[in-house]
Design a protein around this ligand. Structure first.
Ligand code: SAM
Length: 261
């Protein structure tokens, strides 16, 4: 284990990221049509969990991939409020979550208490993961490493903490996607918080860039998913599912990266 001092040393950009994501609780987009729901209540989490199940339709594939190795020791990098960690815990993974935003971590602990699951949640930085080499059989990180300045460093850290043969799934935003194009045309930010225009860091990647960044791994397969999500409002519900899935595979916003060390 690295010393705590080393792990807690943070350049200013990480303080900004931490502050932004403690205010901007990304899952609260699902509460747009629900008035007076108390943050952290059972009703709050029920609505969010139901919505994530609907929009993150590929999570089952991720779980199946990670389940094919015997180790159930899983690290989630950038766990947010722990909604996916909860799904993993229910699937009998031993979950540890790290995140830079204390506001998110507090909610993750509350979520696990409410749903009677056990997990460990800690303040931690993807670019300097505070665990020894080869600690985890599985690492999962969804929608996080494009919000950190040095994504390559974070991917190297994931490689370091995985056991030989261990598996990781990482989701990064796709540069060649309908959603990126729409945001470029409309000049809208990707993650809006009250009083702020966008997250301190939001990067987009190509498949080729990702293959280069993950070249240390024994295998790297990328699946393109998720044409758009709840931010597109009624468009999502009106579009026939088969068209949505077809276009997702072509110009989807999520590059889902399946890795083996
Ligand atoms: C869009 S949210 C995604 C949260 C969660 N994975 C989910 O899907 O709901 C991005 C999260 O990444 C975290 N994050 C950003 N940079 C990070 C870093 N360098 N280390 C750890 N967490 C980070 C933020 O604090 C925030 O909780």
């Amino acid at each position: 284990m690295q010393s705590n001092n080393q792990c807690n040393e943070q350049p200013e950009v990480f303080a900004n990221i931490s502050e932004f994501w403690s205010i901007q609780l990304n899952n609260e987009i699902y509460l747009r049509n629900h008035k007076n729901v108390v943050r952290g209540s059972k009703q709050y989490f029920d609505i969010i969990l139901t919505a994530r199940k609907k929009y993150l339709y590929y999570l089952g594939d991720v779980i199946n991939y990670l389940k094919t190795i015997p180790s159930r020791n899983l690290l989630e990098v950038g766990c947010g409020m722990g909604t996916d960690a909860l799904v993993f815990a229910k699937e009998k993974f031993h979950v540890t979550g790290i995140d830079l935003a204390p506001g998110h971590l507090e909610l993750a602990e509350r979520l696990f208490n409410l749903y009677h699951e056990s997990g460990i949640f800690r303040y931690g930085n993807a670019e300097n993961i505070c665990f020894s080499n080869q600690t985890f059989g599985c690492v999962y990180s969804l929608g996080v490493l494009h919000h950190t300045p040095d994504t390559q460093k974070a991917i190297n850290e994931i490689y370091r903490v995985l056991i030989p043969g261990g598996r990781a799934v990482i989701m990064l935003y796709n540069k060649f996607s309908l959603n990126n194009f729409a945001h470029w045309i409309t000049r809208r930010g990707f993650e809006n918080a009250k009083g702020q225009t966008d997250a301190p860091v939001t990067q987009r990647f190509t498949k080729r860039e990702i293959l280069a960044m993950c070249s240390n791994f024994h295998s790297c397969n990328i699946s393109v998913e998720y044409l758009f999500g709840a931010g597109w409002g009624k468009f999502y519900d009106f579009m026939p599912r088969y068209i949505y899935r077809f276009l997702s595979k072509w110009i989807g916003w999520h590059l889902v990266i399946y890795l083996q060390k």
